[in-house]
Structures are given as C-alpha cells and as structure tokens.
Design a binder for this molecule. Sequence first.
Ligand code: KG4
Ligand code: ZN
Length: 330
Amino acid sequence: MILSIESSCDDSSIAVTEIATKKLLFHRKISQEAEHAKYGGVVPELASRLHAVDLPRLLEEAKPFLDDLQAVAVTNEPGLSVTLLEGVAMAQSLSIARGLPIIAVNHLKAHIYSLFIEKEATFPMLVLLISGGHTMVLDVKGFDEIEILATTMDDSFGESFDKTAKMMGLGYPGGPIVEKLAEKGDPDRFAMPIPLQHSPKIAFSYSGIKNAVRLLVEKHRPLDEKTKADIAAAFQKAAIAHLLQKTRKIFQQKRPKDFAIVGGASANMAVRKAFADLCAQYDCTLHLADLKYCSDNAAMVGRCAIDAFYLERFADALTIRVSPRSDKIF
Ligand code: KG4
Ligand code: ZN
C-alpha cells in the first residue's frame, strides 16, 4: 500500500491505496475553506498552521494501515511553499521512521490521475487542467511524456471566479458560488470582452475579464441581487467562451480521440456542457473525474504514485524539496 499526502493549498488530505489493485482503502480530507472565506482567499500562513493541526489528525485515522505500507507519497510542487512543507515534513518523518521510500508527486500530474482512481490509466489524451493556480491544455502521452500546448499569461480560470466572487462580496471559493449565481442571471445584459478573441495566439488570459467585472461592479454599486446574478452570468459566459475558443483551435490541429477536463474548476457544469458539445462535434470521447475527486485530494496523489512506484521514481527523505512553481512541470 501507498500512503499519500496532499497539502498544496487549503485542503489537508491523506489516502491509502493498494498498489496491485489500485483500490482506494482510505481517503479523508479536511477542507479549510470556511477559515479562509472571511479573507476572500487563501492566507498561506493560516493554511500552513491548519495543516499542522489537521494532517496529524488524519494520520491518526490512517494508523491501522501503517504497518502495511510500501511507500509514502506526497505533493511537493507546485503549490504554496509553506503548506507543501507541512505534507513533506510528515512524509519525511514517516519515511525515516519506517524505512519507506518517498514518492514526490507533481500536483498537476496528480490532477490528471484523478481520472484514473481505481482504474487503469489510458493515454494518449488531451487534458484541459483548470484549477485555482493553472489553466493549461496538456498533450499527455504517458507518465513522463506531457507537453504543455497552452497556458495562461496571467490569472487562472478558477482564480478569475474567486476574484469575481470577492469583488461582489460573495465569499470563497468563488467557483461554485459564481456558477450557482450565474444560473439565475441574464448572460446578455452586460457585454463582456472575450480575451484574445482576435489573436492567433493559443494561450489564455483572464485579467481582462477580471477588469471588466471590476468596472461593472464599480458602476452599479450598491449591487442589487439581480445585477450580481447578471454580472456572474456574463462573466461565466465569457470565461468559458475563451476556454472553448482556444481549445477548439487545438482540436483543429490535433484532432484528439480522447479529451479530459481535470482540476477544481472541472466541477463546473456549464464547462462540462460546453466541452461535451465540442467533443461531440469532433467525435472525441470526453473523460471527467468523479466530482469528489475534482478538487485537491490525496486519492489522486496516491493513484499517480502507483505509476511512479512501478517506474521506481523514488525521492530521498533527506533531499526532497518543495517548490511553489514547477517550471519543467513533468
Ligand atoms: O484544483 P483545486 O481544488 O485547487 C488548485 O489546485 O488550485 O481548484 C480550486 C479552484 C478554485 O479557484 C475554485 O474557485 C475553482 O477551482 N472551482 C470552480 C468551481 N469549483 C471550484 N470554478 C468554477 N466553477 C466551479 N464550479
Ligand atoms: Zn489542485
């Protein structure tokens, strides 16, 4: 079995996965969303202190499995350095105390493996990763063969939902709140610019939409409920139209047979619907993770670690490092 630890942002999570069968034997997560909500976003130092409280509590629950472990896996990049350190310190201690190898897991790769929990991994696949920190289209040919086809030049898709919610005083995380509000709004009351619409560039940018939301919020202050819903609807429509427009260009070039959406924002139903339509037009199969595995969790870290285990990709307890970015990525 592999015990896996996730602490890259504001979720403390531990899982235990059986290597041979890929069966998830234990999976627990404590989310800190409520604690960060009052600040309108994640406060790294607070997140780190909460991990220091919650991770040991989860490890205590996983105690019945500790004698049967073959490895310990941990997210070490990318993420918030101070929160990654909490998980890595726990993995180092377990590794040294129990003589277990460590598997250092890239968080973005773990999101890809959220598709394969308790399943075989199937490649090649084109993957859209949309989270609080990333907006990427990846050409995934195998565990070690991952090419970034497009990425964001500024804010990420999920982050633009968080900032939209914050500007309207709606709370954190903004994704589910804005999605729900958008359902009630009129997406056509306000014109919202679609980023890079006339640019041949295959890249994403969310700072322009964020600015458009800011201007609307300032103009219509104090915001009534209908205006909030209409802004949310116009924002979400433009945000998804941008994702779709650039991904369509990649579809035209690559003609993928299999396409997946992963990351916290892949839980958005309007995103799922838009890409289901795109895939239908291109005769491509759409793959989605279970809703419970879209946001950060240790189950996906453990599943990714199984493939690393068979490839013998082990890190050393004394030299493993965390990194806020992953410039090489894979
Ligand atoms: O993958 P994740 O849990 O953490 C990171 O790796 O960043 O993603 C969290 C992000 C947040 O920005 C959150 O607002 C966004 O995913 N998100 C959504 C939805 N649910 C979560 N964005 C849009 N619509 C949603 N339903
Ligand atoms: Zn994530």
